[in-house]
Design a protein around this ligand. Structure first.
Ligand code: MTE
Ligand code: LUZ
Ligand code: MOS
Length: 752
């Protein structure tokens, strides 16, 4: 099944915010940002800027008619800074002019006086200074305290992962239009139309029903537009509201990189205890999350970190502590995996280090401790339909782990300066928003009198293929040709109270709501056919390939005919339905509950070759057995898996976000922040669907796919490290990601 957007994307015909022709009276916005990472605002001087011809207005916090607040979970984030600034790039004022260039010229004339305060960019330092956004969170099971004495080996250490910039192709963008009676209409590049609606309503001091948010599609989000599209849309709304004209704000790339939040860097302390056989008996971990200057989604992300502390391993005694540390960098935010990858890196690092101390292959520990059916996660949920071991076994039988290990050994013996390494990365990722109430979606389906169908849902198309999947789901449920189905833009007036398109759940949630509404429609329509045909009550009518069958026999009636007839009989041809995932709950007090609808499993072999003279490496191959459930859109799902893997590889290897001591980002463009390009992509990426998998909780037995594959990328870190050790066996183990070529080279030739 090909993605419906494919042709238009390739031809450049798809419409993104910046492609929409702007009415002549549109004003163009640019934002004046804090130049300091921490300080008290003494004065903002806009006089000179206001004098520039073409400037229509400059707005600061005092111009906000409603509440100057965009915090999603905690109300700690102003739209425009008022008393204090807390990071470089924090919006302070917004300039509206007849063109972007005039707006930018005017921005350059704005002056700000700031009394500097101390800057913290390191989360451990923030913790020491008492700067926690929420109190420490602990998830635990068993009793680690008493388990240590049963361990034959205890290893502790520190592991760190870096930040990651989303680099969605479409930067943060919004256009706002004033509408009648003090309302506003916003086009936003957001994953969360309802959050944009709520944020704009708050800022303007108007009810949500006066704000309409429309999202035709977005040019990628990757989590970066789950919460952080709100501010830009609210700024456009503010100006449009004030000036009573359309207002457009599209961030230039370097600004987007500089001022928006990214994946949270983590620094963590771990302690792991095992018996002689390699069975993990106890694991303790403390996660210091670098949240940045405001809460944003950090507390929810920290939760997901705690949920994924054990990855796919059964650990009877576990204690995971999460510290949400406030620092003076832009508020970090959702990024594919949502804190899960950070946790998984630490447990893998712990296993790697333990294996080294025990003098065994990490694979032995990994395999021995994989979850089995019915094992309990540390948060109390049982692993049901657990395929962790099936994936590992299929990986071994499909790709022969022994053979891979041996061929690498041989290569390394034969080559003094090139070294190869491999690692296996098993993954277990929970599907559901961990905040239970968010697991809901609704759709509105219209059947038009010619038999064509329009679907509006809570989901946003961001390249992941949700629109194509929704068409498939409706086509299958109604048994009509897929060409009859159109997916409309995501719009808060048509579909209300939406959760963000996130947590890999949009197909499951919206798909289920879609199935319900299609069935409501079918039921109504077939009832009316039944009455028309004067069929007996117990005769069974169904639609198959657009033909009406009665007790399995064709009646000669077609979809178009019955729709036309139903219309004239005044049958309601529209249906709305909501779906809420059943059976999930989580008790925040005890940190226990069935938080997830199900888990996605898989395992990957990653191989890398390292040039030990330059420190440059190549990821040669990623071979995966992935549990897709029963995929109903394998092309789309494979695309998601490949994209996720490459994003994970980039995070672990070459993507290195750096801030200087003043809190200023150093890597502010694509020339100094490197993301994987086509040359970086492994020559071989082979993804085999796990056979005989099933998932009654998914759509047509499928499993969510958006985020889990990213975590296979973690294996690249250990594959490269193994290659390094093949060159320099006594080398100090590095557990700091990204493992950039610079870091590799330094380690290969360091004195100690
Ligand atoms: N794929 C593309 N092409 N673009 C994106 O922005 N976002 C990812 C993933 N795949 C993303 C993507 C993230 S972070 C999530 S949570 C899921 O898609 C969201 O969509 P889904 O719920 O339909 O899987
Ligand atoms: N967003 C959220 C998410 O609010 N809760 C989640 O659990 C989640 N998980 C993944 C991505 N986004
Ligand atoms: Mo994805 S991080 O849930 O947007």
């Amino acid at each position: 099944m090909l993605n419906i957007d494919l042709n238009a994307h390739v031809r450049g015909e798809s419409i993104f915010i910046n492609d929409i022709p702007a009415p002549v009276n549109t004003v163009y916005l640019t934002v004046f940002y804090s130049p300091e990472a921490h300080g008290r605002i003494k004065q903002i001087i806009t006089k000179e800027a206001e004098k520039i011809p073409g400037v229509k207005g400059i707005f600061t916090a005092k111009d906000i008619p409603g509440r100057n607040q965009v915090g999603g979970i905690i109300f700690d984030e102003e739209l425009l800074a008022e008393g204090e600034v807390n990071y470089i790039g924090q919006p302070v004022a917004v300039v509206a002019a007849v063109s972007y260039s005039i707006a930018r010229n005017a921005r350059d004339k704005i002056k700000i006086e700031i009394e500097k305060l101390s800057v913290i960019i390191d989360p451990r330092e923030a913790y020491e200074a008492g700067k926690l956004i929420i109190s420490p969170k602990v998830f635990s099971c068993g009793d680690t305290g008493s388990a240590w004495k049963d361990c034959d080996v205890i290893v502790d250490g520190k592991a760190e992962t870096g930040s990651q910039e989303h680099i969605y192709m479409e930067t943060q963008s919004a256009v706002a239009y004033p509408v009648e009676n003090g309302g506003i209409r916003i086009l936003s590049s957001t994953q969360a139309p309802t959050s944009v609606q709520r944020a704009a309503a708050e800022i303007l001091g108007i009810p949500m029903n006066k704000v309409e948010v429309d999202v035709p599609r977005i040019g990628g989000g990757f989590g970066g537009k789950e919460d952080q599209a709100n501010s830009w849309a609210a700024l456009a709304a503010l100006v449009s509201f004030k000036l009573k004209c359309p207002a457009k704000l599209v961030l230039p790339r370097n600004e987007d990189i500089t001022v928006t939040g990214k994946r949270h860097p983590y620094t963590s302390d771990f302690k792991i205890g095992l018996n002689k056989e390699g069975k993990i008996l106890a694991y303790e971990v403390v996660f210091y999350q670098n949240a940045g200057a405001a809460a944003d989604l950090s507390p929810a992300i920290l939760d997901r970190t705690l949920f994924h502390a054990a990855n796919c391993y059964f650990i009877p005694n576990l204690k995971a502590t999460g510290l949400c540390c406030r620092t003076n960098v832009p508020p970090n935010t959702a990024f594919r995996g949502f804190g899960g990858p950070q946790a998984m890196f630490v447990i893998e690092a712990a296993i790697y280090k333990a294996a080294e101390v025990m003098g065994i292959d990490p694979l032995v520990i990994q395999q021995k401790n994989l979850l089995k059916e019915g094992d309990q996660f540390h948060f109390g949920q049982k692993a049901i339909n657990c395929t962790a071991r099936n994936c590992w076994q299929s990986l071994d039988s499909g790709f022969n782990l022994k053979a891979v290990t041996n061929s690498i050994k041989e290569f390394n013996i034969a080559n003094p300066l090139l070294k190869k390494g491999m690692a296996v990365m098993p993954v277990c990722f929970g599907i559901s928003f961990t905040n239970t109430f968010m697991n809901q979606a609704s759709v509105l389906v219209h059947v038009y009198s010619d038999g064509s169908i329009g679907i509006s849902s809570a989901a946003v198309e961001m390249g992941q293929g949700i629109n194509s999947k929704l068409r498939q789901i409706a086509s299958k449920t109604l048994s009509v040709d897929i060409e009859r189905l159109k997916v409309e833009s995501s719009n808060t007036t048509r579909v209300a109270n939406t959760s963000p398109t996130a947590a890999s759940s949009s197909t499951d949630l919206n798909g289920k709501a879609l199935i319900i509404s299609c069935n409501i429609l079918l039921d109504r329509i077939l009832k009316s056919v039944k009455a028309d045909l004067k069929l007996k009550e117990n005769s069974f009518l169904e639609l198959r390939d657009e033909q009406v069958l009665s007790n399995g026999v064709p009646t000669g009636l077609t979809w178009e005919e019955i729709i036309r007839a139903a219309f004239f009989k005044r049958v309601n041809l529209s249906a709305q339905a909501q779906y809420a995932t059943p059976g999930i709950y989580f008790d925040q007090e005890t940190s226990k509950g069935n938080a997830f609808s199900y888990h996605v499993y898989g395992a990957a072999i990653i191989e890398a070759t390292l040039d030990c003279i330059t420190g440059i490496y190549k990821i040669d191959s990623v071979k995966v057995v992935h549990d897709f459930g029963k995929s109903f859109s394998l092309q789309t799902d494979l695309g998601q898996a490949e994209g996720g893997i490459v994003q994970g590889l980039g995070w672990m290897t070459i993507e290195d976000i750096l801030y200087d001591m003043s809190g200023k980002i150093i890597t502010d463009s694509l020339s100094n922040y490197k993301i994987p390009d086509i040359h970086f992509v492994p020559d071989e990426m082979k993804i085999i669907p796990l056979e005989d998998s099933n998932n009654p909780s998914g759509i047509f037995n499928s499993k969510a796919i958006g985020e889990p594959p990213l975590m296979y990328g973690i294996g690249a870190f250990f594959a490269i490290e193994n290659a390094m050790k093949a060159f320099r066996p006594g080398m100090n183990t590095i557990l700091t990601a990204p493992l950039t070529p610079e870091r590799v080279l330094l380690a290969l030739y360091s004195k100690i």
